[in-house]
Design a protein around this ligand. Structure first.
Ligand code: ATP
Length: 368
């Protein structure tokens, strides 16, 4: 029946060709995206790519100039934010300072004239979800940043929305707390089965939490895939540069599309992939590069090998990072697990090499 179909779609979000113009500039440009019920999806991209605008259109704070949005199977054009089956958590999660934690969480329910006993039960449940039941009587100023963030989550969850929209909700927290909260938020989401749409410019955050990641560029989605795929098989040089760290070599396409001739290395992939361009880019991740003290008696100029000067060594804990200058215009970042790190000193002449199957080739992307 129609109603059971509707139930199946609860928490699904479908964006069909949505565009948002500010003046003659498209902040979001003909974007389509289907989010499954219960999915954790991140919108990832640099500042200004349209993440927040997309989220605000789902929430109902902005109206698309073109295209349609369906939430839980229903078109939402003309439906105000408070009547959509969504709730939003912002980075600036203004809690009311004069209200207690419990009163803050109860506020939205009271606005809707929910019966008192039901308010009490649901506030308790929501505080339990974020492990903050003991703190119900405190004022927000008596909480740490992470605890305040949990209360903001509880406040958004108390209405039991089918979809939770989160706009950089962990952005104000310091790094360690942010990483803890990432785990907590992910656990909470999988336990509740609520659809999460999470906006971030932090690729580590997106990789660690999401079922799928939409990597945005200039109001469009450049790639939509799970973390493994965007990391190992980025769809473009733009995605390769944005997700994780990369070393790029730029130059003429050679060997029938299987290699790039750059000033500092002939970079060869395992198979020819470039067919139509004169100029290409090869990408190699820092963790796939071997680094050794240079042996001047070794033969020069093999593919996937380059020589340079070691100009920096950083201890990152579990990894050692090396900065190698290849020439005035290019350096290379290399990472080795600390237990296997070679003994090197700044100033050493080094040779770096990598396997062809770790080389990604892309057409040159001047806009990236
Ligand atoms: P950030 O990570 O910095 O929040 P974002 O990816 O969320 O960036 P948006 O805030 O969606 O990007 O903005 C997309 C584009 O639209 C930007 O160029 C921005 O300057 C523009 N823009 C956003 N809101 C408005 C507005 N109210 N009026 C005019 N231009 C706007």
């Amino acid at each position: 029946s129609g109603s059971s179909e509707g139930e199946d779609q609860r928490g699904g979000v479908v964006l069909s060709g949505i565009t948002k113009l500010y003046g003659d500039q498209a902040a979001v440009d003909d974007l389509s995206l289907t989010i499954q019920p219960g999915e954790f999806i991140s919108l990832l991209g640099p500042s200004g790519c349209g993440k927040t605008t997309t989220l605000r259109m789902i929430a109902g704070f902005e109206q698309p100039d073109a295209g349609d949005i369906r939430i839980s199977g229903r078109p939402v054009r003309g439906i105000p934010p408070y009547r959509r089956d969504v709730n939003t958590v912002f980075q600036a999660y203004a809690l009311f300072p004069h209200l207690s934690v419990a009163e803050n969480v109860a506020y939205g329910l009271q606005q809707r004239r929910t019966p008192k006993s039901e308010v009490r039960d649901r506030v308790t449940q929501a505080l339990d979800l974020v492990q903050m039941r003991r703190f119900g009587d405190r004022k927000p100023t008596q909480l740490s940043g992470g605890q305040q963030q949990r209360i903001a989550l509880a406040r958004a969850l108390v209405n039991r929305p089918a979809v939770l929209l989160l706009d950089e909700p962990l952005g104000a927290l310091d790094r360690q707390l942010r990483e803890e909260m990432q785990l907590e938020v992910k656990l909470l989401q999988s336990r509740l089965g609520i659809t999460f749409v999470f906006v971030t410019h932090d690729q580590g955050e997106a990789l660690s939490m999401s079922d799928r990641i939409a990597i945005m560029r200039a109001g469009r989605i450049e790639q939509l895939a799970d973390a493994d795929t965007v990391y190992a098989r980025p769809a473009s040089a733009y995605v390769a540069a944005f997700v994780g760290q990369q070393n790029f070599f730029r130059g003429a396409v050679a060997e029938a599309g299987a290699a790039i001739t750059s000033p500092h290395a002939l970079v060869r992939a395992a198979a020819p992939v470039l067919t139509t361009t004169n100029l290409g880019e090869a990408a190699v991740r820092p963790e796939y590069i071997r680094i050794d003290k240079d042996d001047p008696s070794a033969p020069p100029g093999e593919a996937n090998t380059t020589r340079g000067d070691l100009i920096g060594i950083s201890h990152l804990g579990d990894t050692m990072q090396y900065l190698v200058r290849l020439g005035d215009d290019q350096s290379l970042i290399v990472r080795r697990p600390t237990p296997d790190a070679p003994v090197l000193e700044v100033g050493d002449a080094v040779v770096c090499s990598w396997a062809a199957h770790h080389v990604l080739l892309f057409p040159a992307d001047d806009a990236a």
